[in-house]
Design a protein around this ligand. Sequence first.
Ligand SMILES: [Zn+2]
Length: 276
Amino acid sequence: MLVPIAFGLFGLIVGSFLNVLILRWGKRALTGRSTCESCERTIPWYDLVPVLSWVALRGRCRFCGAWISIQYILVETVVALVFALIGIAPVSLYLRVLALPVAALLIAIAVYDLRHTLIPDLWVYVAGGLALVISLVSAAAGGFGESVLLVLSAGPATALPLFAMWFVSRGVWMGLGDVKLALTMGWLLGLEGGLAALFLAFILGAIVSAPLLFFSSSLWKRISARYHFLHTVFNVKAGKGYTMKSEIPFGQFLILATFIIWFTNMYGITPLTTFF
Ligand SMILES: [Zn+2]
């Protein structure tokens, strides 16, 4: 019981740091005290305790009462849970320790992509490098039963379908950041797992996008114009929302799918990979 708690508490601290990283990246230095986004007063240390401070302040700034984004507590909680899950995974300790920075970076990338529709190069490259190290360490532990070449090629091979989509559509269907992310996925999950995660990401993306697209379609406009009560039921304003052209960040789906395949493999639950 001590191991998941220790990993989880460490995750809270890392999550707290990730929030700072996500908020300040490309804007201001990572060092320096945190200030309220609204009144710009320096936040005292006792208001920076992960999760607890946010709950104690009921999500508002102590000085000006401005709302503090729920993102803070969400990121901290998710990182803590993910770290705890890694902590109790039935794999060797050094693999678990190596998995922590990769998981943290993937979560940071997902949140940053959600906010800015952009994936910072440095984050995805560091995650990719670490993922490759994990693969090589695992291959070495197995006496290099899988050839090194196979491990190395898993990244580019997984990225290839997305690269083709990026190339053919000149960046409309797919961002180059997603291609780089797929490279990391291949190195982390192996070729089979990487491709399974890609497939799963497209399914997850479709499940989320389909209702968004439907509610902004002309069909929905006609239906809701005729049946006014539908508005109150679904509370979705017709014509205001997503279209095929609006950019729904795909990185979050790639990352969610990666975590699902990664963790099921880590825990030795294989049906998901064999299913695809
Ligand atoms: Zn304030």
